[in-house]
Design a protein around this ligand. Structure first.
Ligand SMILES: [Cu+2]
Length: 472
């Protein structure tokens, strides 16, 4: 049986929400219109054929691109055998378009269509995916880029690089993985490395440090960049000396990656769409649901762009080619992964990315707990559906104190808002390391029924979600 987030919602499916009110564009507002078909398909991941679900016939799905201030009008045609929705991850949109079944909309039934209408106010790198069950761990994800109309064209080229951990269609499905984690008899499932001691080629991890505690809960047979295995990788082409922006998105369900580009250092310029004071690094960590923009001036040759899964064996790889030459071996070591691996929380915001300085008026707590056996992950002592929604007040600066009482890292994601870390860094997803507490502040200026949850999709499905509600 496929569990869905909807099935655990406090709003029973028997009380329908109905269609979202129509959004009319403001005078002069540009409207980006697109249709997406969610459907079963067969994909070639690069020598590996899998039956999966995707938006169209590719994973990642089609790039969706607009300019800040545009209205998006996106129709989802559900040709899946299950209910689905789309969540526009990181966008500060109107609540009715947020894609949470039972909370902001009714689930989109098989054979039905649903139109999302919202304005995308902030430029940056985003993505979209279902907010139902563990569908994100299939091929149902795609990049969403919101361009900044005032940005100078500083780049010769721009690439979107989407990371993923892949298991669907390899003798099991994400639903079977979840069933197995929760004690059922799913097929083909292997439990993760509980001790987190097998550290693959994860940079700092190689030096024996365990910055994120236990690795994820699922062992994946494949790690992908732009839907390709390392053996038959995506090849990104440019000329030597060109300045390239790479927009990185971690669409994985259970995997933190360390990313490095062989022979280069990378300058990080934004996270979750918000500009940061540039930092040049050998490599950087990217958690599930996080995005980083980096810029690189390319050398001459063929270079591996590698994403090493934290605490797990294997790697994802693409190639950057600016000239002739032999590609390096799939498993060639990268010195950069053993160099400085940046943690996102070390970054500092630009002045333009800061929240106005203000003390919080409202304090709320997210107490994160859980364990593998039984497989239950909770916020404030209970799994989603049993925990009490947080009650916010419109117009207040709200502080969320996120306390991780587990030995795993949780990428905590807030819908409909971006928060500021204590150093001012703006994000919508932040990695909370084991036994650590991070306070984040945000303005409750976008009323509705929202979600905060772990972006490990198996944790979220096992209960690590909570609603935050406030009215106009
Ligand atoms: Cu988690």
């Amino acid at each position: 049986m496929a569990l869905s987030a909807c099935s655990k919602s406090p709003s029973p499916a028997s009380s329908p929400i109905g269609p979202a009110p129509t959004l009319n564009p403001a005078p002069g507002q540009n409207v980006v219109t697109k249709s997406l078909v969610a459907k079963p398909t067969t994909l070639d991941l690069g020598g590996v054929m899998v039956d999966t679900w995707a938006y169209g016939d590719a994973a990642p799905g089609p790039l969706l691109r607009a300019t800040a201030g545009d209205m998006l009008r996106i129709t989802l045609d559900n040709q899946l055998p299950e209910d689905t929705t789309i969540h526009w991850h990181g966008i500060r949109l109107r609540n009715v378009a947020d894609g949470v079944p039972g909370q902001t909309q009714d689930p989109v039934r098989p054979g039905a269509a649903y139109t999302y209408e919202f304005t995308a106010p902030d430029p940056g790198t985003y993505f979209f995916h279902p907010h139902v069950g563990v569908q994100l761990d299939r091929g149902l994800y795609a990049p969403l880029i919101i361009d900044d109309p005032s940005e100078p064209g500083r780049y010769d080229a721009e690439w979107v690089v989407v990371l993923d951990d892949w298991i669907d269609g390899t003798g099991t499905t994400p639903d079977e993985v979840f069933t197995d984690l929760t004690g059922g008899q799913g097929a083909g499932m292997h439990h993760g490395n509980m001790g987190g001691m097998d550290h693959g080629s994860g940079g700092m991890a190689m030096s024996g440090k365990l910055p994120f505690g236990d690795a994820g809960d699922v062992v994946y047979p494949h790690y992908l960049i732009n839907g390709r295995t390392p053996a038959d990788p995506d090849v990104l082409r440019a000329k030597p000396g060109q300045r390239v922006r790479i927009r990185m998105i971690n669409a994985g369900a259970d995997t933190i990656f360390a990313v490095a580009l062989g022979g280069h250092r990378m300058t990080v310029t934004a996270t979750d769409g918000w500009a940061v004071e540039p930092v040049t690094t050998d490599a950087l960590y990217i958690g599930m649901g996080e995005r980083y923009d980096v810029e690189v001036t390319l050398g001459d040759g063929v270079f591996p762009l590698v994403a090493a899964p934290f605490g797990k064996a294997g790697r994802a790889r693409a190639l950057i080619r600016t000239g002739p030459g032999q590609a390096p071996a799939v498993d060639a070591s990268l010195a950069e992964l053993d160099g400085r691996v940046l943690f996102g929380t070390e970054l500092r915001p630009t002045e333009s990315s800061r929240l106005d300085p203000k003390d919080p008026d409202d304090h709320q707590m997210l107490h994160l707990a859980g364990q593998m056996q039984p497989y239950v992950w909770t916020i404030n002592g209970k799994p989603f559906g049993k925990n009490s929604p947080l009650s916010l007040t419109r117009g207040t600066r709200t502080r969320l104190q996120m306390m991780n009482m587990t030995m795993m890292t949780h990428p905590m994601h807030l819908h409909g808002h971006t928060f500021a870390l204590p150093n001012g860094l703006r994000e919508d997803t932040v990695l909370i390391p084991p036994m650590r507490t991070i306070d984040v502040d945000f303005d409750a200026d976008n009323p509705g029924d929202w979600m905060a949850h772990c972006h490990n999709i198996y944790h979220a499905e096992a209960g690590m979600m909570i609603a935050l509600n406030y009215a106009t």
